[in-house]
Design a protein around this ligand. Structure first.
Ligand code: SF4
Length: 337
């Protein structure tokens, strides 16, 4: 099997610890506010979801949250009552508990300082932050955390700390083609410097009801494919990922998978047998069997991976606590055994 024919995915349980967010992105249907659709899951709620995921064969505990929920006083006070200094401290505690279940945390908390990344690194297999777009956009006018310089600084700090890192761009949120290329080139520069970008997501915009951008259309399929081709050209050694549940926007699942693979996609991200995509709840995951069959029929080889990619397993970019689990559930090539 040639390495370039391998197409990966992971099995995850999606743990939306909090949807409370200091930002207000114009396309977001996930965000809530305290007392207005916002939630903060307790440790037992998170761990019971993770248990079910483990029983269903998941290895990845995907923690995705709004940015800095503790920006709001009521959240800060609740966390203090639970014994935590801040939200990052709470997530550290959750990750530690998830490792005890043999689940590997991959966290996306938004913009973080180097100090926060360092605290989390010990308990996480990998982390992520979508760059989204390296130029300011009207959709981010009320989102301080979407300031490109802050996001680039987080991605850079992760590189300095040798954290296997996921990033990516959004397509169709008001950016130009030039903006997309600029973003991809900046990711390329950071990866050249630190070698830590394990995958780059090309994610199409999906309109959400009750958001300022509800009437916008998803990007054209040809734009998606052109962006994937460009990403694969600019970052040839980094797997390009497309979220397979968002193929519901375009129909013809198998044909789209084949076209994406021909354009250069080599990863379909985390798919969950038990939890929805809380950020895109109208986009159902394909099953692992459906995805594997589509990959095989396109002439490629599906492989299940962990939330940390094989090359970082080989380089041992992980703490002793994470390595203990990775060694137990990976094969000699660093994929899921
Ligand atoms: S997209 Fe993310 S950062 Fe923006 S408002 Fe929603 S949860 Fe917050």
């Amino acid at each position: 099997m040639r390495h370039e024919d391998i197409v990966t995915y992971s099995r995850n349980v999606f743990l939306p610890v909090s949807n409370i967010c200091r930002n207000r992105c114009a396309y977001c249907g996930f965000r809530g506010r305290p007392n207005n659709g916002g939630w903060l899951l307790t440790t037992s709620e998170v761990l019971s979801m993770a248990w079910v995921g483990k029983l269903c064969g998941c290895t990845e505990a995907l923690i995705t949250t709004g940015e800095r929920p503790d920006f709001f006083l009521s959240v800060k006070e609740r966390l203090r009552e639970w014994g935590f200094r801040d939200f990052t401290h709470y997530v550290e505690h959750l990750c530690k508990s998830l490792l005890r279940l043999d689940m590997l945390p991959h966290v996306n908390l938004g913009v973080l300082s180097k100090h926060e990344l360092r605290r989390l690194k010990r308990w996480c297999a990998s982390m992520g932050l979508m760059l989204e777009c390296a130029t300011p956009l009207p959709a981010h006018a009320h989102s301080p955390g979407k300031t490109p310089a802050f996001r680039l600084a987080t991605i850079e700090a992760a590189g300095e700390l040798r954290i296997p890192f996921t990033t990516g761009i959004l397509v169709g949120v008001g950016e130009s083609e030039r903006d997309r290329m600029f973003s991809l080139h900046l990711i390329r520069e950071l990866h050249d410097r630190y070698g830590h970008i394990q995958e780059v997501i090309v994610q199409p915009f999906e309109p959400k009801p009750n958001t300022p951008m509800h009437a916008w259309k998803p990007p054209a399929w040809r734009t998606v494919l052109r962006t994937v081709r460009a990403a694969a050209r600019i970052l040839p050694e980094v797997p390009i990922q497309f979220p397979p549940n968002l193929l519901h926007l375009y129909g013809f699942f198998e044909r789209r998978v084949r076209e994406l693979l021909r354009a250069g996609v080599r990863d379909f991200g985390g798919i969950s047998p038990i939890t929805p995509d809380f950020v895109n709840p109208r986009a159902p995951w394909p099953s692992a069997e459906q995805l594997r069959a589509a990959i095989l029929r396109a002439g490629f080889q599906p492989r299940e991976r962990l939330p940390v990619y094989p090359c970082y397993v080989e380089r041992r970019w992980m703490s002793a606590e994470v390595k203990r689990i990775v060694d137990r559930i990976s094969d000699e090539a660093g994929y899921r055994n």
